[in-house]
Design a binder for this molecule. Structure first.
Ligand code: PLP
Length: 449
């Protein structure tokens, strides 16, 4: 990359003057001006290059600027840049066919949205109309989107400012052995007790009032907690018994991230509704959607579905999805994620955990890992308090700054760093990233007791 600080300064100045950023105190942020990106890397106008272990916000599963996907978008723009949703359009039909061919079980109808939150909105609406019930049960450690309904369904603190307390949502604890709510000592106990807790929550909330249970198949933003074997199948069985719609949110975990097309495949479970976005086309053009079971689709066979979007199934976004899915297939990208997770990331992160006292836990699968940082390994006290900001968050800020100084762009959330590189990343790129993490963890170690 050629340095071009003058352009960088202009980009930054216009951003600071006019762009209002997500989730931020506008005067307390300092967005990096990005000049370009390719594969697993992006670079700034100073000519500094970063290895992206965050895949943006965990969405560039095929890396940046994949030439075949860029060409497919250009070709579609020349052919038919846009068209209204009520028509049958080639790229939309083909994207739906390819997605339905990979979703588990009988999830064969696709409702397209522009992103993940809208997908969750519509999945909830479908579940309510299908069951005639209103309440939704979700996990405390979860993120389902930033719109009013989805942020209320969300468990993590991003909800707090917008929690109306009357959005028809009740919450429960999903399994997470490292910080077990169930005094469990192993995965079997954690699984059995988390299922018993869900069953009791349902009994006390009133099964006949509950439209849906929604879970991320592998919770992402809330900490990448791979559920123990049997948990999701247990939830499936509980939902069946009570006529509750089971929604799996695969917005972050889907499309190769876990080394399978969908994380549901890891657990051999078929939900009634499955939401997706991000990896469906690596975010090259905004796209999300809901994959719908035959039974729920039948509810709307002769009764109109009361919902829609001007850009549902946008031709450009769908052309990007078609090209992305083909490229993932041709280049074995899902297999790469599985192999790199098992052979490089998993062993590499565990090796770092052995040497760094600040690492309390390492967990994940495929290209989807969390490293949980602690002040004290024995007590598991987090390196920073839950939802810390400002001075209280200084140790994590110092960790992130050290990673960046070593050419690694990390994904940092509370006391964790997530390791979510593109699913295309090579062994040598991952080793380069692990070396940068090694250096940054030395900084985190200095805050341990
Ligand atoms: N669901 C999950 C599991 C997510 O991780 C996200 C975003 O990170 C969303 C929903 C919301 O998606 P979007 O930001 O595209 O609306």
């Amino acid at each position: 990359p050629q340095p071009d600080p003058e352009t960088g300064a202009a980009v930054k100045a216009a951003d600071r003057a006019h762009v209002f950023h997500s989730w931020s105190a506008q005067e307390l942020i300092d967005p990096l001006a990005v000049a370009g990106a390719e594969g697993s890397y992006f670079w700034d106008y100073e000519g500094r290059r970063y290895l992206d272990f965050s895949s943006g916000l965990v969405f560039t599963n095929i890396g940046y600027q994949h030439p075949k996907v860029v060409a497919a978008i250009q070709e579609q723009a020349g052919k038919l840049a846009t068209f209204a949703p009520a028509f049958a359009v080639e790229s939309r039909s083909e994207a739906a066919r390819l997605i339905a061919g990979r979703t588990p079980g009988d999830l064969d109808k696709i409702f397209f949205t522009n992103a993940g939150a809208e997908a969750v909105e519509h999945a909830i609406r479908m579940a309510r109309l299908h069951t005639g019930r209103h309440k939704v049960l979700s996990a405390y450690r979860s993120y389902h989107g930033g719109t009013q309904q989805t942020v209320n369904v969300t468990g993590d603190p991003r909800r707090w400012a917008s929690d109306t307390g009357q959005a028809g949502v009740a919450r429960f604890w999903a399994p997470f052995l490292y910080r077990s709510r169930f005094y469990a000592e192993n995965e079997e106990q954690e699984c059995a007790r988390a299922l018993e807790h869900l069953e009791t929550t349902i009994a006390f909330e009133g099964p006949a009032t509950i439209a849906a249970v929604i879970l991320e198949s592998v919770p992402g933003g809330a900490g990448i907690m791979v559920p123990p074997p049997g948990y999701l199948q247990g939830v499936r069985e509980i939902c069946d018994r009570h006529g509750i719609v089971f929604i799996l949110d695969e917005v972050m975990a889907g499309f190769g991230r876990t080394g399978t097309w969908f994380a549901a495949d890891l657990f051999d479970v078929v939900p009634d509704l499955m939401t997706f976005a991000k990896g469906v086309n690596s975010g090259y053009v905004p796209l999300g959607g809901v994959a719908i079971s035959a039974e729920i689709a039948a509810t709307f066979a002769r009764r109109p579905y009361p919902g829609g979007l001007t850009y549902s199934g946008h031709p450009l976004a769908c052309a990007a999805a078609v090209a992305t899915i083909r490229v993932m297939e041709e280049e074995g990208i899902v297999e790469n994620a599985a192999r790199m997770g098992a052979e490089v990331l998993g062993p590499g992160l565990r090796e770092l955990a052995e040497r760094h006292p600040s690492v309390g836990d390492v967990r994940g699968v495929g290209m989807f890992w969390a490293v949980e940082l602690v002040r004290d390994r024995a007590t598991r006290e987090p390196l920073v308090p839950y939802n810390a900001s400002g001075e209280a968050n200084a140790p994590m800020a110092a960790f992130a700054a050290a990673a960046k100084a070593n050419g690694l762009w990390p994904f940092v959330n509370m006391n964790r760093t997530h390791v979510a590189p593109p699913c295309t990343a090579t062994g040598s790129e991952l080793k380069e990233g692990l070396a940068a993490l090694d250096a940054a963890l030395a900084v985190a170690d200095s805050y341990t007791v």
